[in-house]
Design a protein around this ligand. Sequence first.
Ligand code: FDA
Length: 291
Amino acid sequence: MMIVHGGPMKIPVYFARRFVAGESALEAIEAVKELNKDGIVATLDLLGENVSSHQQADDVVEEYYDLFKKITDSGVKSGVSLKLTQLGLDLDVTSCVERMRKILINARKHNLFVRIDMEGSFYTQTTVDVFIKLANEFENVGLVLQAYLHRSMDDAKNMAQKKFSIRVCKGAYKESSSIAFQSMDDIRTQYKNMVKILLEGGSKIGIATHDDELINWTKAYVVQNRIPSAQFEFQMLYGLRRKKALELAKEGFRVRSYVPYGTHWFPYFYRRLRERKENVFFVLKSLIADK
Ligand code: FDA
């Protein structure tokens, strides 16, 4: 039985299997092959955040090199996602940027796109700054903006001006009301306004949500405003709303699944359980069903 590393408890990855594609890159690639068969592309994410040594951060770079090679060798349709704290942002910004540069150079050789996930608000400004620096040098990098943060509308305007590639999500961390909207209505309103600004500016965007209201709104908006299909895609997390993803793909929309894997899965798994009580039921149900 595999044991989680670095989590607050020792728990087998078995518990997280609905949301995590496995502990190894090869298991995750197999999951992507299945998605690709259904016309869904992917972004592979090596789970991990807040590394505590330069050695750990350097190891992550090597693991991404290895992943790029495996993506190319297997021929799967996938980009990658990562977190800056996985590359040592807590240790020092300069070496984190250098690691990102190495990753982007290597990804470019493989013709792969790298998306920088957005973490808790403590990291927002630095992540935006690092991204802008890199996006001025590389075309194969994108960022995530979180609709729950008050500041995100301004960030979206800045990103749209440069036509940078942005994934828009609601935001998965617990943030205070002084900096973040707390009601679903306010978050959805800002989400829609950000999408409008980004599309108008010519950014390529990912509509990262499982929320039917936002999905249906986007579908209507892109028709009314004649948005080219190459300018947007729907994105969902591995293991969530599989039928909906399939339905969208069958309707002809580009759909991407965020496929996380690795041994450091606990914080990601915990965020999924916290944001939706049904996710706790899924886990319990699958455990009972497998007995
Ligand atoms: P939410 O949980 O708010 O639910 C809203 C409604 O959607 C529900 O009431 C229901 O109607 C419907 N719904 C949701 N899930 C459903 C289900 N499983 N089955 C049926 N109906 C369902 N966050 C972050 O902070 N930084 C990041 O970098 C990223 N990256 C990211 C990538 C991708 C591809 C996705 C999809 C999400 C992220 N997130 C993220 C997470 C994101 O911020 C957010 O926490 C989750 O997507 C949950 O918000 P939703 O809008 O999906 O639905």
